[in-house]
Design a binder for this molecule. Structure first.
Ligand SMILES: Cc1cc2nc3c(=O)[nH]c(=O)nc-3n(C[C@H](O)[C@H](O)[C@H](O)COP(=O)(O)OP(=O)(O)OC[C@H]3O[C@@H](n4cnc5c(N)ncnc54)[C@H](O)[C@@H]3O)c2cc1C
Length: 432
């Protein structure tokens, strides 16, 4: 327990009991006592008028033996029995990190839910050496309390060195809770992870302006280097977690490449029997309603047609929608279009929107600000349509069309129609 009461100082005022959001403080006569519900949130520390509550040094000492922590874990987030793509991407990344750590380090998927064991096969085929399967009837629907408890308990027992989460709504909710319970660090929205100093230096020198002059490429430091954009994307920061374990990070969908699937590969299953009862979960899920926003699946889209401020007004998205329908894509947008109220935020691509990696990304009337590029520049092919030949988007575009999007897009649609007609004619002829 990281929080303790100094009995000699406690005056029994109960202010801490009232302030605690987790009902983690009881009274033993006139002395406050911290119970097992404590999350180390430290709210009580500031409420105590006589400084009778402190953070216990013993808590730090308990997790100070870093060598006890081994292997890389990936939260294999599943929804209604389908593993999220980002989890599969992270399994591949976890494997790379495990190789860099060496010492027979393995990558494990962590499956949480009700009847999720069968999903372990998919995790193995995408690169996991093993899977921790945490099943319980109360874990059928995601709840912050339920998942946090079983995940934290499992980490306490098995002690992974690294734990990775997809930066999905669930991952962003769960990872900080787990990190806080474990009194360890978490780096959100990483765009790059490294273990070996030499591979970090390689990356930093090629892609960013990070200063690596005082780093020794031969160093045997195996700490996780977690790189993410900072200050609105204007610089990259690399964060380490040297004193506590596990090292924890979230990574947005689409940032890491998924490994090629290897059908038939199997792995080790570790069955975890979680200790969980209804009293551990403070909310009850009555119904799960899929909102219209979820239908916009930018992360899975193979073609994205995005519109920006260059559309001029909201009606421009009718043309973008028509374009997307024609080419079999989904509609994306820049933040400027969202901020103007022309389209819902769920369509936004970029640093504060969704990170995407489609086969083709059409950027229409988008200038190419660094925050937009952060979310789409790893697309396989980028086509930019912009009337300003000097727009920065052309620097990352594979194909650039300088012109008014209201003239260019209808022409593309027209050409697409002609190509479709020609294709059908060819099919008809070959069938005759
Ligand atoms: C912390 C932070 C986070 C951010 N996160 C994001 C993010 O996630 N995503 C994001 O997109 N932005 C983000 N931004 C905003 C970003 O900095 C830019 O302001 C935004 O991307 C600009 O959007 P835009 O390219 O649509 O608009 P503009 O920069 O105004 O560009 C419009 C472009 O349209 C062209 N154009 C105009 N008319 C036509 C026409 N008829 N035909 C063809 N081209 C035309 C113009 O030449 C111009 O290049 C963020 C900013 C900050 C500070």
């Amino acid at each position: 327990m990281a929080i303790t009461v100094i009995r000699d100082k406690c005056i029994g005022c109960k202010l801490c009991v009232k302030a605690c959001p987790f009902e983690a403080i009881d009274m033993d006569g006139k002395i406050a006592v911290i119970n097992e519900k404590c999350t180390s949130c430290k709210v009580c520390l500031s409420k105590c008028p006589v400084e009778a509550i402190e953070q216990d040094e013993k808590g730090e000492a308990e997790i100070a033996d870093l060598s006890a922590y081994r292997h890389v874990w990936v939260f294999a987030e599943q929804r209604r029995g389908k593993i999220m793509n980002v989890a599969l991407e992270l399994i591949g990344e976890g494997r790379r990190l495990a190789r860099e750590i060496g010492d027979d380090t393995k990558v494990y998927a962590v499956l949480i839910g009700d009847k999720v064991r069968d999903l372990s096969g998919e995790c193995f085929e995408y690169g996991a050496d093993g899977a921790y399967v945490i099943e319980h009837g109360l874990l059928g629907n995601y709840t912050t309390d339920g998942y946090t408890k079983v995940f934290t308990d499992t980490i306490d027992v098995y002690k992974p060195e690294i734990v990775l989460f997809g930066a999905t709504h669930i991952g962003r909710d769960l990872a900080p809770r787990v990190a806080a319970r474990l009194n360890t660090g978490l780096t959100a929205d990483c765009t790059r992870l490294d273990v070996k100093v030499s591979s970090y230096i390689d990356y930093a020198q090629k892609n960013t302006t990070l200063d690596t002059s005082d780093l020794d490429p031969a160093s045997d430091d195996k700490g996780l280097k977690q790189t993410r954009p900072a200050f609105g994307g204007n610089l990259m920061a690399t964060i380490v977690c040297p004193r506590t374990r596990p090292q924890m990070a979230t990574v947005r969908p689409g940032v890491m490449a998924r490994r090629e699937r290897e059908p038939g590969v199997t792995g080790e299953i570790v069955t975890v029997n979680p200790v969980l009862d209804a009293g551990d979960i403070r909310i009850e899920v009555l119904d799960v309603v899929k909102s219209a926003k979820e239908i916009v699946s930018l992360t899975d889209a193979e073609i994205i047609c995005s519109g920006g401020r260059g559309l001029g007004d909201a009606s421009g998205f009718e043309l973008i929608g028509k374009f997307a329908d024609k080419v079999g894509g989904v509609v994306g947008s820049s933040r400027a279009a969202v901020d103007s109220g022309w389209i819902d935020q769920s369509h936004q691509v970029g640093q504060t929107g969704t990170t995407v990696k489609p086969k083709i990304y059409f950027a229409c009337g988008i200038s190419g600000a660094i925050q937009h590029l952060a979310g789409m520049q790893t697309s396989d092919i980028i086509v930019a349509i912009n009337k300003d030949a000097d727009a920065p988007i052309f620097e990352v575009a594979d194909y650039g069309i300088v012109g008014d999007l209201y003239k260019v897009i209808p022409q593309i649609i027209e050409e697409w129609d002609k190509a479709e007609d020609l294709y059908e004619e060819t099919l008809d002829r070959s069938a005759e």
